[in-house]
Design a protein around this ligand. Structure first.
Ligand code: NAD
Length: 499
């Protein structure tokens, strides 16, 4: 191991309520994307640590306080945790900015919004009602119960760790499960900080456990562990596929929130000033590192030149800089490999013949130091078959694709393996309805972009994923249905025939 500067902070996992290093004693270093420097270290876990955490979660699920709580009591704990996250919002936001380079301007608001998931699902915990089924057998009483699954393995990426963690654990805990979470090796610290709040909120030890480490070393064993009953995964398509294959071998359920290449569609009848802001928020917010990025900007041919010009003018004004500065609008790319990947895709766009309308490289500004910055980049003259139109870049790189009319927009919008989100900019109500119906995407935004809520389902069509997070249906992803039959007769009918 390299020698560490004394300013490097050490974070530990929480397993069974205890702060623990990895069993091997090894650590991974985590860098601040603005400085490129190591600022913290996290335990490098492997299968042995995963086994420890899963056993703790299984014990907490099977015996002691947690399974004895009423759903109302569980809900209260969730709401208390939400309060604590709110009380610690500034600290958590700062940790996140340091670890993954998200803007403090966005994180300050986002961390204050995260408690809503705990309030909402805490409130839902005691409203999960089974049914009495009026079965076709008069001598039988039949009812259903919704029961938790057991240990849930949660695996999250680096781009929005706190939010994506909340989306999984709030419904899973409200349903009565216990958790082992494997955060991204690139941005684990905020998850470790949240883990410290569980005891204070009053959760029994073992209900929430963390294992940090590499995907293959810690994520793989978590998915494979026989006591994990379900895996809730957010990340890239390739890792999602591996997780799905491995979960299938264990015959366990998954929710998969994967990548996207979402069309953001601007019609000639749109309010163009609003649409410009919508296009910007679709691709340059969060430095384009969001699964719902509107990275394919479909613009009606009649306005493509005028709109591209307006967009470039607006994008030029984006303030690139220190994510800790409230005024910054575009921060660094979160990881060094991702930084290189984004630059490689810009080369691909050029070599495919797309025209660079803005950006196209790294900013030449000494105040940005060694940060992993990429200029907001806009490609014009893109056709939907190019790689930069078909593959997820996950960075501040936009492809403008012209279209003729509604049907052409639908055909191009849907001509992609992904189906996470879509945006539509129009002032025509019939067109808004038609597009919302025809676009193959889990979320469609009309005259807005990048809106999410704890109350509204989030998830993908096609290769963007399986299952939904947020909204009432999310809790059912973490429950199983039991059908109970009671005979009301004092006789047992012919035992050789199906009742
Ligand atoms: P990633 O797939 O590389 O990693 C995600 C997580 O999976 C990490 O914790 C990683 O360690 C773990 N992992 C990797 N390989 C694994 C394996 N074989 N078994 C188990 N775990 C494994 O993704 P990333 O680069 O961290 O995040 C970016 C990706 O996430 C993008 O593709 C983005 O679209 C996607 N994403 C999707 C959503 C959504 O809700 N649909 C939200 C955010 C990000």
């Amino acid at each position: 191991m390299t020698s560490l500067s004394p300013s490097v902070e050490t974070y530990l996992n929480t397993i069974a309520g205890q702060a623990v290093p990895s069993r091997s004693g090894e650590f991974l270093e985590t860098q601040n994307p603005f400085t490129g420097q190591t600022w913290a270290r996290i335990p490098a876990c492997n299968g042995e640590d995963v086994d420890h955490a899963v056993n703790a979660a299984h014990k907490a699920f099977s015996e002691g306080e947690w399974p004895a709580l009423t759903p109302t009591q569980r809900g209260k704990l969730l709401r208390r945790l939400g309060d604590l996250i709110g009380e610690n919002a500034d600290r958590l936001a700062q940790l996140e900015v340091q670890d993954n380079g998200k803007l403090i301007a966005e994180m300050g608001l986002q961390v204050r919004y995260v408690p809503e998931w705990f309030y909402y699902f805490g409130g839902l915990a005691d409203k999960i009602e089974g049914h009495v089924i009026p079965v076709d057998k008069p001598d039988m009483f039949n009812y259903t119960r919704y029961e938790p699954l057991g240990v849930i393995g949660c695996i999250i990426p680096w781009n929005s760790p706190l939010l994506l963690l909340a989306w999984k654990i709030a419904p899973a805990l409200a349903a009565g499960n216990t958790i082992v979470v494997k955060p991204s090796e690139f941005a684990s610290v905020s998850t470790l900080a949240i883990a410290e709040l569980f005891e204070e909120a009053g959760f029994p030890p073992g209900v929430f456990n963390t294992v940090t480490g590499l995907g293959a070393d810690a994520g793989g064993p978590l998915v494979e562990h026989p006591l994990v009953r379900k895996v809730a995964f957010t990340g890239g398509e390739m890792s999602g596929q591996k997780v799905y294959e491995s979960a299938a071998r264990g015959l366990k359920g998954v929710t998969l929130e994967l990548g996207g290449k979402s069309p953001n569609i601007v019609f000639e009848d749109a309010n163009l000033d609003n649409a410009v802001k919508g296009a910007i928020s679709g691709i340059f917010a969060a430095t384009g590192q969001t699964c719902i990025a509107g990275s394919r900007l479909l613009v009606q041919k009649s306005i493509v030149d005028e709109f591209s010009e307006k967009l470039v003018d607006f994008a030029k004004t984006a303030r690139i800089g220190d994510p800790m500065n409230e005024e910054t609008q575009v921060g660094p790319v979160t990881t060094r490999p991702q930084f290189q990947k984004v630059l490689d895709y810009i080369d691909v766009g050029r070599s495919e013949g797309a025209e660079v309308l803005l950006g196209g490289g790294t900013p030449d500004a000494p105040e940005l130091g060694d940060g992993w910055f990429v200029q907001p980049t806009i490609f014009g003259n893109v056709n939907n078959q190019m790689r930069i139109a078909q593959e997820e870049v996950f960075g501040p790189v936009l492809s403008i694709i012209p279209f003729e009319d509604d049907d052409d927009a639908i055909a191009i919008g849907n001509d992609i393996v992904y189906g996470l989100a879509a945006g539509v900019w129009t002032q025509s109500i019939p067109r808004a309805f038609k597009m919302s119906e025809k676009l193959q995407a889990g979320m469609v935004w009309v005259n807005t972009y990048r809106a999410v809520s704890y109350m509204s389902p989030f998830g993908g069509y096609k290769r963007s994923g399986l299952g939904r997070e947020s909204g009432q249906e999310a809790i059912y992803e973490f429950l199983q249905t039991k059908s109970v039959w009671m005979s009301l007769s004092d006789k047992v009918a012919n035992p050789f025939v199906l009742r």
